[in-house]
Design a protein around this ligand. Structure first.
Ligand SMILES: [Zn+2]
Length: 83
């Protein structure tokens, strides 16, 4: 096996995301931009991002962050489509 400890940690983290384990706020905020972009683009979301969605449904702080981000992204989209 050539997996370094670091790689293994990454893997465990990703596996953790696909479980019902909840993300903490730090993990959620690290992925929330990606999640917002996927949502906006109508792309299907990965398991990792589903965990973000899950966290947003239970954490009002992160949801506020997400909603603020969504407004920014909406604004950008709106500008480019109008001009
Ligand atoms: Zn949170």
């Amino acid at each position: 096996m050539s997996l370094s400890n670091e790689k293994l940690k990454d893997l465990l983290w990703l596996v953790g995301l696909t479980n019902e384990n909840e993300l903490n706020c730090e993990q959620c905020l690290a992925l929330v931009a990606e999640f917002a972009e996927c949502e906006l683009a109508g792309k299907s979301i990965s398991d990792g991002l589903k965990a973000v969605e899950q966290h947003l449904s239970v954490c009002s702080e992160c949801r506020e962050e997400y909603e603020a981000l969504q407004r920014v992204l909406d604004g950008i989209e709106g500008d480019t489509s109008k001009k």
